[in-house]
Design a binder for this molecule. Structure first.
Ligand code: GAP
Length: 482
């Protein structure tokens, strides 16, 4: 069984994620997170916040609306450029992402090609509807945003935001003034984005409603070739795709050979460190891929995708480091008529933007898949302790003889320090298996020795090894183990 199917089963069985509005048959591209999945997702988002907001004392999180007026997307270029190429099957009527069906057929990337080019590839290779083998129409272009009519007669056109980024741009100047007019200024948004994907697929990886965590760093373009903490990363090796291989390139070399500004290379290194050191993604499954002029997003001057290798899919984009220049602020200045210039360092200019953009659901899925393991007859999710939905589970061996009372006391004490769950249903073996499947790092069992000798047993999720410790020392013992 492919790992993705096992993850779907696990997702449903243990409450990580499942199809949304399931009792009505579900809708393609819409997923709900269950209780355990929500805890994991929040932990991931909070680690992201801690790491990226910690990079500079002038980086802050803001929360902005998910509905924005049409003019915002006129200014950003999304009305004109945020489009997907589609081809319709003449026989069954299904719409397909033209570049995706070609990619599946020819195993080559066709992102960024024009409608005419894609039509000619479909005709040349006689590519048919993957569903019914019917003929396909010529490729046309479809805007991916969800329009909504606001007001009693739906007279005002607005859109559900297709990226969180615009919320930061339309608020930039206010925050620049509030935050004592310093650059770089970072504005982060963690929240929902919406795209009318033609062919939602691959579970959480291509949805119509999904979560992004994006940090917009506004900076002085005259300082693009410097960073105050450059020395920290100058020798750091970036894992960059070069031809068909991943090469380890130091930041110093990336600047020289790949002609990327230091300010940009610094953040590439920080992003890589987040994935490898904080999320513990195996090095062999991670790479940075520079996008060609054809492939890169319409707003980017330099565009690297952050990719993680997934089973049966290959390397999948989970985020990007985007040099958006003054594309967005200039667009908003033009359409709103409000100057977006700042006065900084003795001159007046429109700041440039470096965007660190992450798809939370894709990273969530990658974490589940890469940490999924089977050990004889048990399934376990080997999440690092700070991502485990629960650090510790507490069990009374049996529900009698004062063990539940003792276990609840220990549970209450541990809760002051750790994320703890109490579980008293089923045999101890079943409880261990249940906790392994949701990634709980340690299990603590309260037994008759707890009453007699004040000892408890700690069991490690990965090894199943058990150690007996004094209950009074439990908080410190757990600290040592994590
Ligand atoms: N603000 C820049 C931006 O939105 P993007 O590459 O279009 O850039 C950023 O999206 C990230 O959002 C992607 O790298 C991906 O991880 C995630 N993402 C994009 N579309 C998605 C979808 N339909 N479902 C789930 N995640 C998606």
């Amino acid at each position: 069984m492919p790992v993705s199917e096992k993850i779907v089963e696990l997702g449903k069985r243990r409450g990580f994620f499942f199809v949304g509005s399931e009792i009505y048959g579900g809708v393609a591209g819409l997923y709900d997170y269950g209780a355990i999945g929500t805890i994991l997702k929040r932990k991931l988002e909070n680690l992201w916040r801690k790491y990226f907001l910690g990079l500079n004392e002038n980086f802050f999180e803001i929360e902005t609306t998910t509905i924005m007026p049409e003019k915002v997307f006129e200014a950003s270029g999304h009305i004109t450029n945020f489009v997907d190429p589609v081809a319709k099957c003449i026989k069954c009527g299904t719409f397909h992402r033209a570049d995706h069906i070609i990619e599946e057929f020819l195993h080559e990337n066709f992102e960024g090609k024009s409608a005419e080019e894609l039509t000619s590839v479909i005709r040349k290779h006689n590519i048919k509807c993957p569903r019914c083998k019917g003929d396909l129409t010529e490729v046309s272009i479809l805007n991916m945003m969800f329009p909504i009519g606001m007001g009693a007669s739906k007279e005002t056109t607005a859109y559900l935001r297709p990226e969180t980024a615009q919320g930061a741009y339309v608020n930039f100047l206010r925050h620049f003034n509030i935050m004592r007019m310093k650059l770089p200024l970072g504005l982060a948004i963690v929240g929902k984005a919406y795209r009318n994907e033609i062919a939602p697929r691959q579970l959480l990886l291509r949805q119509r409603e999904f979560t992004q965590a994006e940090l917009q760093i506004f900076f002085d373009p005259a300082k693009a070739d410097e960073h105050d903490n450059w020395k920290q990363v100058s020798k750091h090796k970036l894992m960059i795709l070069s031809g068909k291989k991943i090469e380890e390139v130091s930041c110093d070399d990336a600047v020289k050979k790949l002609k990327i500004p230091k300010f940009y290379a610094y953040y590439l290194a920080k992003v890589q460190q987040f994935f490898l050191d904080t999320l513990k993604i195996p090095k062999s499954k991670f790479r940075l891929r520079r996008l060609s002029d054809e492939e890169k997003a319409f707003y980017n001057k330099i565009h690297f995708d952050i990719e993680i290798e997934l089973d049966g899919i290959g390397f999948k984009e989970c985020g990007g480091v985007h040099y958006r220049t003054d594309h967005d602020l200039s667009g908003h200045q033009k359409i709103s008529g409000e100057s977006q210039e700042v006065f900084y360092d003795g001159k007046r200019f429109i700041p440039h933007v470096l965007e660190l953009s992450f798809g939370v659901d894709r990273i969530f899925y990658a974490l589940l898949e890469l940490n999924y393991a089977e050990d004889k007859d048990r399934v376990l999710v080997k999440l690092p302790f700070d991502l485990s939905p629960f650090t510790v589970a507490v069990f009374p061996l049996v529900n009698k003889d004062n063990l539940p009372e003792k276990a609840k006391k220990i549970y209450a004490e541990l809760k002051k320090y750790y994320d703890v769950v109490y579980d008293d249903s089923g045999s101890i073996g079943k409880r261990y298996y249940r906790q392994d499947e949701i990634g709980t790092f340690l299990c603590v069992t309260i037994d008759y020795d707890t009453i007699k000798k004040d000892t408890v047993t700690i069991r490690d999720r990965n090894t199943t090894k058990q150690v007996t410790v004094k209950a009074i020392k439990l908080v410190e013992e757990i600290k040592k183990l994590i």
